[in-house]
Write a protein that binds this ligand. Structure first.
Ligand SMILES: *[C@@H]1O[C@H](CO)[C@@H](O)[C@H](O)[C@H]1NC(C)=O
Length: 479
């Protein structure tokens, strides 16, 4: 979740918020459904198909789409069609772990999906879904596209700290040192049980991994820019630094988030409120303590005293706190998976560095941490690095006997070659699953955040579909 500036520029250029005058809907675009107000005319060569009551889609005439099976277009590169199951609406039971596997009702559960900043059944990242002010029809479009790859999980944001209420949506606003949690329609209600993110995910058979705060401010900056595009002026920032700045003073060290009792109490209060709201919600797969916790954040301001033990102590306290109020859901850290290997010359294996403070293997051994995560977007050009990075996390997974997910990864070039290589390592090592960055959909106001997005029908989308099927077959996932 660190690429928002680029994403923003593209969004601005594409005229976010401008009413579309387009009269035909492109291939895979939405052409109807409850609440949909756009064009219902599909581009030549495609037909508007009812996928569900919320979502009609322009499907290529050569494809056959029935009530239980969708046949995807092959895109441009591949020669075979890929049949996939349509989404189901049965999301019951809580996902648990057993050794290195996830389980559901005692049977294997494959975690595969995308980041949708609202997360997938293990391998879907789509960060824009929860907070960008999209309505249920757009959420249905997004989750449907994720589910159609065979995804089971999507990773998304359960945080959005602001310092002036208003705008598209926010979950917690700060006035001086006083936080107010927003329960309204542009707050938790938009995420919540009866509506919106969770419901739209569940309607497509998708469970969510929810991240409860952010090491970085940029997601907030992204929202500011969106608001500028919409001519809404609000002062937003985000993440751990909002807690530190509001409670301890502007510019105080980022790592005081992990140690200051007042800050810890405020974060616990937010976490308790959010988690309690979803105690009995099977659509939540797991809580993550933070997106990519590190000793230093966006500003680079630190106390100089933050070490691996600073953050691991915080992980122990926060994960056991969540366990004490919620015994239903899994808990993970949400970190990038840095190793503490002093002999290794590569930075991401030097978690002892003062800017990082992460020891993946030691943190995974904390009893109240249910599974491990790592991210892979550090060296887009280096397929060999990625392969070793995955292999090393699989080795640690086996040693700790807990599941591990590659939950945020993307490459900009040679995508098919690199993902094919990485997926084969994930499949063969027993790695529990993965969530690619990031889900893409054509929404009511145009394409979602295009930054490295995987849109329906693309070569990577089809590869993801084949990979999800391979993982499920490997695991014997009966879903
Ligand atoms: C984590 O626990 C496993 C199993 O007990 C052990 O082999 C491994 O050395 C531990 N790792 C660390 C870093 O403590």
């Amino acid at each position: 979740m660190k690429r928002s500036v680029l994403a923003l520029q593209v969004l601005l250029v594409s005229g976010f918020g401008v009413v579309s005058t387009q009269s035909t809907v492109s291939e895979w675009g939405q052409c109807g459904g409850i609440g949909f107000t756009g064009s219902t005319t599909c581009v030549v060569g495609t037909t508007c198909q009812v996928i569900n009551e919320w979502f009609f889609q322009c499907v290529p005439d050569s494809s056959s789409v029935g009530p239980t099976t969708t046949v995807l277009s092959t895109g441009t590169g591949s020669a075979t069609s890929t049949a996939i199951s349509s989404p189901t609406a049965t999301v019951t039971g809580f996902v648990k772990t057993s050794g290195i596997h996830f389980t559901l009702n005692g049977k294997p559960f494959t975690v595969v999906g995308q980041v949708l900043i609202t997360n997938s059944r293990n391998r879907a990242n789509a960060y824009w879904v929860g907070l960008m002010g999209y309505g249920v029809p757009d959420m249905m479009t997004a989750f449907h596209a994720i589910a159609a790859t065979g995804a089971s999980v999507c990773r998304t944001n359960g945080f959005n700290e602001v310092t002036a209420p208003g705008g598209v949506a926010y979950y917690q606003s700060w006035s001086g040192s006083t936080p107010t949690i927003n329960f309204g329609a542009n707050g938790l209600e938009n995420f919540a049980l009866a509506d919106n993110v969770v419901t739209a995910a569940k309607a497509n058979g998708i469970r969510l991994i929810v991240t409860l705060t952010n090491n970085w401010e940029d997601y907030g900056a992204f929202l500011v820019s969106i608001q500028l595009a919409l001519h809404l002026m609000n002062t937003l920032s985000g993440g751990m630094d909002v807690y530190v700045n509001q409670l301890l003073g502007q510019g105080q060290p980022h790592d005081f988030f992990y140690t200051n009792p007042t800050v810890i109490a405020a974060y616990k209060n937010y976490v308790k409120t959010f988690v309690t709201r979803y105690l009995n919600e099977p659509g939540i797969l797991a809580w993550e303590l933070a997106n990519e916790p590190r000793c230093l954040g966006t500003t680079g301001t630190g106390s100089g005293t933050c070490t691996i033990s600073t953050i691991s102590t915080w992980i122990e306290e926060m994960s056991s706190f969540i366990k004490s109020i919620d015994s239903n859901h899994l808990v993970a850290i949400g970190d990038e998976g840095f190793f503490n290997d002093p002999g290794n010359p590569t930075f991401v294996y030097q978690g002892f560095q003062p800017s990082l403070g992460i020891d993946f293997a030691a943190n995974l051994n904390i009893s109240t941490v249910d599974f491990g995560t790592f991210h892979d977007s550090y060296d887009n050009a280096d397929q060999t690095f990625g392969a070793q990075w995955i292999q090393d996390h699989a080795t640690t997974m086996i040693a700790s006997n807990k599941p591990v997910l590659m939950e945020e990864f993307s490459v900009a070039e040679n995508t098919i070659e690199q993902y094919t290589d990485w997926y084969s390592i994930i499949e063969s090592t027993g790695m529990a699953g993965d969530l690619i960055w990031q889900a893409g959909s054509i929404l009511s106001n145009g394409p979602s955040d295009p930054n490295l997005a995987v849109y329906p029908g693309s070569d990577v989308y089809i590869l993801n579909t084949q990979h999800a099927a391979a993982l499920r077959a490997r695991d014997g996932d009966p879903q």
